[in-house]
Design a protein around this ligand. Sequence first.
Ligand code: MN
Length: 287
Amino acid sequence: MTQAPPLSSPRRIERLISGQPTSDGAGVKLTRVLTNDLQQRLDPFLMLDAFGSDQADDYIAGFPDHPHRGFETVTYMIAGRMRHRDSAGNEGLLENGGVQWMTAGRGVIHSELPEQEEGLMEGFQLWLNLPGARKMQAPWYRDFKAPELPRLRTAEGAEVTVIAGQSAGTAGAVQREVTEPLYLDIHLPAGAHFEQALPASHNAFIYVYRGQVQLGGQTVPVQKMAILANDAGSDGVRLQADQDSRLLLIAGRPLREPIVQYGPFVMNTKQEIYQAVTDFQSGQFAR
Ligand code: MN
């Protein structure tokens, strides 16, 4: 276990966000936590959806075939079973605690369909932007079953799954050079605390999905996102919990490029969006 020096200037909360109830795919009910109006503020992240229901009608239709271009999707399944298939020939079953990382790059068509007819389905989908120079790269896909994901336990009692980036000397399942994404799932038993070093310039947020946590003297309640301030000189994030809590901590280096989104296509210019629509309509995303 690596002992990092304690933080001297932890971040404060800039804003609490509730998210917006919506539906997507063929009628899957979800909460859009990171909405379009926050894309600049939370660059390089474009979207975070939280889904969680034990009512089959809320998820059963899933996400039939649809395209993506220009970014990456990261799906983290807390509970449930979802089958992924894409036009690059990848297929995977995403189950309890598993992660699927898909780089759409120049284009994929994929489906994400439940393989359960009852019970709880709960998880998250994060969209991570690609730098302009890599938006047209070849598609990439990996899935990680829960036991394959790097985990650490701190002396202060935090249990952390390192999906991307690095925490306390543990390298995450996925690393990305330009955006340096950090994606942690943090379980804080009552009384535990946790510190994560983070460059002040990286945009960062947390989303609490069990319990509640304290950050910078404020409480972040369940099902809220806290956007963390980028104050010069701040050196990381300090979290405390007085009850059993679980949250996501997500951070990355901003790209500071123009973001032009048209549904499932995210490019730098309108011209590139027209090209994406044309390429999709002429069948160039398919095998
Ligand atoms: Mn999709």
